[in-house]
Design a protein around this ligand. Structure first.
Ligand code: NAP
Ligand code: ZN
Ligand code: ZN
Length: 348
């Protein structure tokens, strides 16, 4: 086993603190990555605090991982020692079912999707531990190539916030001629804005934080709506083709459904812990659709990273020392992050 340093919680009330643990020895198809940066996703907070009811402790969070490969197993063909590499939300799956073969490993039909943390390996017992740690061992099939061209700290959040927003925008073929609203300008939201702008859509940010307007404009947003001002919201009635909802907390779905025009689609990527409530008539009216989207498969994650390298897209980040992590969580809870905290793992 390989001695590893990390930050963990041991129950839902715990603060994150140093924890030593072990990773498996390198198998023939595994690569060994020295982690350099690890992004802080709101999903980490939901899971650390047990908000989704599926938390396993001890938990080492982190699924926006970038680092350098320092060892490769004897049968590794995709990577070489010295290359940059990334790991997102998944580290394994059955690889045989239709969804796994079709590039949707997050929907493994055998239920064998192995998440990067708060999950168990395919043996059903070995816990997985995430990126708030100095190193990770992973099968090369779930590792992606990272360009040397982009600032690495800004690449880390692409591994979750990036793919989670890129994937539905692609699936719904969002582009020129579409009016798109991004609800919530946080980690996912600011990436949704960057991609929607890059794909040629007209983009509006719907935000509870008027202080973010200047940044939203900087990101290429065409309109900004302070959703605490009901008159501003009403002005956008029946306006949008798409709403990308990235909000992490309970909110008023009806209010936003009314902003979709005929055949408009609300894509939910935020995961508030409570069930969603909405009024049926608002869905029937205008034939509106409400749908969800879960991360993205490995192949599409690579496609997204290549697109970002080509178009110079990275996340806007605040790099932190790992001992700032508990404060960073508090700031994320107050929507006070511009726009992703990223841990400098060398501070571990
Ligand atoms: P984040 O950085 O905290 O951003 C969420 C944003 O939502 C905030 O910045 C804030 O934006 C807005 N917001 C927060 N509370 C609100 C409230 N009560 N009412 C209205 N707006 C509110 O979080 P994130 O990392 O982007 O993650 C967002 C959500 O997506 C989380 O639930 C996370 O678990 C989920 N997620 C889902 C997937 C997936 O596969 N679908 C992947 C990753 C994350 P404003 O200040 O602009 O209002
Ligand atoms: Zn995430
Ligand atoms: Zn499968």
């Amino acid at each position: 086993m390989i001695a590893t340093k990390g930050y963990a919680v041991h129950n839902s009330k715990d603060k994150l603190a140093h924890w030593d643990f072990e990773r498996r020895e390198l198998g023939p198809k595994d690569v060994f990555i020295e982690i350099i940066f690890s992004g802080v996703c709101h999903s980490d907070i939901h899971q650390v605090r047990g908000e989704w009811g599926n938390s396993k402790y001890p938990m080492v969070p982190g699924h926006e991982i970038v680092g350098r490969i320092t060892k490769v197993g004897t049968e590794v063909s995709k990577f070489q020692v010295g290359e940059l590499a990334g790991i997102g939300c998944m580290v394994d799956s059955c690889r045989e079912c239709n969804n796994c073969k079709g590039g949707h490993e997050q929907f493994c039909e055998k239920g064998q999707t192995v998440y990067t943390y708060n999950s168990v390996e395919r043996d059903g017992i070995t816990p997985t531990y995430g990126g708030y740690s100095n190193q990770i061992v992973c099968d090369e099939a779930f590792v992606v190539h990272v360009s040397e061209k982009l600032p690495l700290e800004g690449v880390a959040p692409l591994l979750c916030a990036g793919i989670t927003t890129y994937s539905p925008l692609k699936r719904w073929k969002i582009g020129p001629g579409h009016k798109v609203a991004v609800l919530g300008l946080g980690g996912l939201g600011h990436m949704a804005v960057k991609f929607a702008v890059a794909f040629g859509a007209e983009v509006t940010v719907l935000s509870t934080s008027p202080s973010k307007e200047a940044d939203a404009r900087q990101l290429g947003t065409h309109k900004f709506c302070n959703t605490r001002e009901i008159s501003q919201v009403k002005e956008l009635g029946n306006y949008f083709d798409f709403i990308v909802d990235t909000v992490s907390a309970p909110h008023d779905y009806d209010m936003y459904l009314k902003l979709l025009h005929t055949n408009g689609v609300m894509i939910c990527v935020g995961i508030p812990p409570e069930p969603i409530q909405l009024t049926g008539f608002l869905l029937l009216g205008e034939n509106r659709t409400i749908t969800g989207s879960s991360i993205g498969g490995i192949e599409e994650t690579q496609e997204m990273l290549d697109y970002c390298a080509e178009h110079n897209i990275v996340s806007d980040v605040e790099v932190i020392n790992i001992n700032y992590i508990n404060e960073a969580y508090e700031r994320v809870m107050k929507s006070d992050v511009k726009y992703r905290f990223v841990i400098d793992v060398a501070t571990l």
